[in-house]
Design a protein. Sequence first.
Length: 249
Amino acid sequence: MHLLILGGTAEARRLAEALAAGLPGLQVTNSLAGRVAAPRPVPGEVRIGGFGGAAGLARWLAEHGVTAVVDATHPFAATISANAARATAAAGVPLLALRRPGWTPGPGDDWHEAGSMAEAAELLPGLGRRVFLTTGRLDLAAFAALRDLWFLVRSVEPPEPPHPARMRTVLDRGPFTLDAERALLRENRIDVLVTKDSGGSATAPKLTAARETGLPVVVVRRPALPAGVEAAAGPGEAVAWVRRLSSSR
């Protein structure tokens, strides 16, 4: 059995580790987009770069004898998820989407939902002037026209234009601690936070820090999975899915 993991997330890495320990005879290929210069090591073979759309991925699946695919990409990687759904359907290969649950607001949260980055940018002038922008370096163009606002941008890799003119960049990768997030908000006098609904615990402390200080939070909703795709909420469920496929072969 040859499993392709579309990865780049902590869940993808944990899945590969669990499979290496529990199913040692399984061939696993981890596919990474290549957007991070120094990705964390992961068990199994590693492939870096795109496939050339759904048609290219379908060809790759056939050429390499892939018998199952787990889409463990970021919840906002809508293009690759759509391509994976089309490619696996064309190739007749089972597909599972591994998606961590999204965040939900709690008592004391002041959340403002947005359906896109453009909608999030429209909300900001009415909410604050000093923005902690945690949506990553690839979505900064939507905020470039907000010249009266100041941005603290956190990303793993240095951002490229177009981006806001008044901007400080912090290069860092989670998990982040609550004390560090409190200090970041305080030292930069942040009065509004922008985040994707990425879910998980690695970056959740920023939401707690915002709640404690009464900051409004703009939360960009995650895109829906392609129709008909089975989903798992964690690596354990994905391992069970792979085991069932393996035992049926």
